[in-house]
Design a protein around this ligand. Structure first.
Ligand code: PGA
Length: 248
């Protein structure tokens, strides 16, 4: 089974109108790497201008609400981000699970809202350092998969991102062996839940991916791409990661 690599960026609460200039170089690199899918999730305020600036690049949201509309002050729906130009959304990022106390059920609801509205989703899972040190990493992550996998989970709209919480923004990464082992465990759990569709689904690694470690991490077995935070903020750092994926 060959799965196209997906290199996705996540700007988090960073970026402004001036930062959109970075997308020019990223869009050019994406065009030059037709075997790789490239996507960038940006703050909600930047989705429309980002899409207008680089219509050929897949722009996404960092989160959506599970409901399509209603009395949810401050939130945005899948339909809203889609209208603004988003073709996908991240759901269940560990920063939201921690800061906004999102549960697996919340995450599943958001992923289902994405599907209902015709946008793709990247569903994030990952253990804390405490959980890893206690030897519970695989149990925690596979339980998150079981709890947050949406109805209708299929590879044509859903990807999974394994992001160990302790590797995000820290400069620390798991060993390639640990990444491969966890991705294998996620794939096995997905097979148990959705059968052969699991072999088509892309599993991304996220957490301190940089131009220096991208080739090694992307080359690990069952790693089908990367979700990149800090290094997605500039073309100078993100483009080499796209190029590393294109060479694999
Ligand atoms: P990082 O973030 O690449 O800055 O570690 C990854 C993420 O949170 O998606």
């Amino acid at each position: 089974m060959t799965r196209r690599k997906l290199i996705a960026g996540n700007w988090k609460m960073n970026g402004d109108a001036a930062a959109l200039a970075e997308l020019d170089g990223i869009a050019a690199a994406a065009k030059a790497a037709p075997r790789v899918d490239v996507a960038i999730a940006v703050p909600a305020t930047l989705i429309a201008p980002a899409h207008a600036r680089v219509p050929g690049l897949s722009i996404g949201a960092e989160d959506i609400h599970a409901a399509d509309k209603g009395a949810h002050t401050g939130c945005v729906s899948a339909a809203m981000v889609k209208e603004a130009g988003a073709s996908f959304t991240i759901v269940g990022h560990s920063e939201r699970r921690a800061d906004q106390h999102e549960t697996d059920a919340d995450v599943r609801g958001k992923a289902e809202a994405a599907r209902r509205n015709g946008i793709a989703a990247i569903l994030c899972v990952g253990e804390t350092l405490e959980q890893r040190d206690a030897g519970h990493a695989e149990a925690v992550v596979t339980a998150q998969i079981a709890g947050s996998l949406p109805e209708g989970a299929a590879a044509d709209w859903l990807s999974i991102a394994y992001e160990p919480v302790w590797a995000i923004g820290t400069g620390r990464t798991p060993t390639v062996g640990d990444v491969a082992a966890m991705h294998g465990a996620i794939r096995a759990k997905l097979r148990a839940l959705i059968g052969g569709e699991a072999d088509k689904m892309r599993l991304l690694y996220g957490g301190s991916v940089t131009p220096d470690n991208a080739t090694e991490l992307l080359g690990a077995s069952d790693v089908d791409g990367a979700l990149v935070g800090g290094a997605s903020l500039t073309a100078a750092k993100f483009v080499p990661i796209i190029e590393a994926a294109a060479k694999l």
